[in-house]
Design a protein. Structure first.
Length: 149
């Protein structure tokens, strides 16, 4: 199912989280809202980082107010239409993301599954992109702060 996701990255005014490779994100997709913390990326051909998520019951707006009350502010907003595919084996998942800067395929799972699936779909390791949407957006549209439709 194709779903519009609205994402807000929160950080301090001095980008204390981003400078340490950390991410604090509030995502809304349909009726579901999720808060995500991501740790720094490990070096390598795959993007590997600690990720902690939890669903919100009180809604995204209340959470945003709490985060802002703690001193975090929206530092980047981005939207995408996501279609998710989960194989019957459940070993990983593939997400097709349609964004204002292009369409991307994200493969999430164990490294061997990612490599095997990428090869099966006709991709090579040279095609792998581990940059964040914020990094890709800054390169594609440096004059625009946010990546919105």
């Amino acid at each position: 199912m194709r779903v519009l996701e609205q994402n807000v990255i929160f950080d301090t005014p001095g980008r204390a989280l981003g400078r340490r490779g950390l991410l604090l994100r509030l995502r809304t997709a349909g009726a579901r809202s999720v808060v995500t913390f991501k740790g720094p990326s490990e070096p390598g051909k795959h993007k590997i980082r600690k990720e902690i998520e939890f669903d919100l019951r009180g809604g995204a707006e209340a959470c945003a107010q709490v985060l802002e009350g703690l001193g975090y502010h929206p530092s980047f907003r981005y939207e995408k239409y996501r279609t998710e595919f989960v194989p019957a084996t459940g070993a990983g998942r593939a997400m097709l993301d349609e964004t204002p800067i292009g369409t991307f395929l994200e493969l999430e799972g164990p490294p061997r599954w990612i490599d095997r699936t990428a090869r099966h779909l006709g991709f090579r390791e040279a095609d792998y992109i581990t940059a964040s949407y914020a990094e890709l957006h800054r390169t594609a549209r440096p004059a625009r702060r946010d990546m919105l439709f």
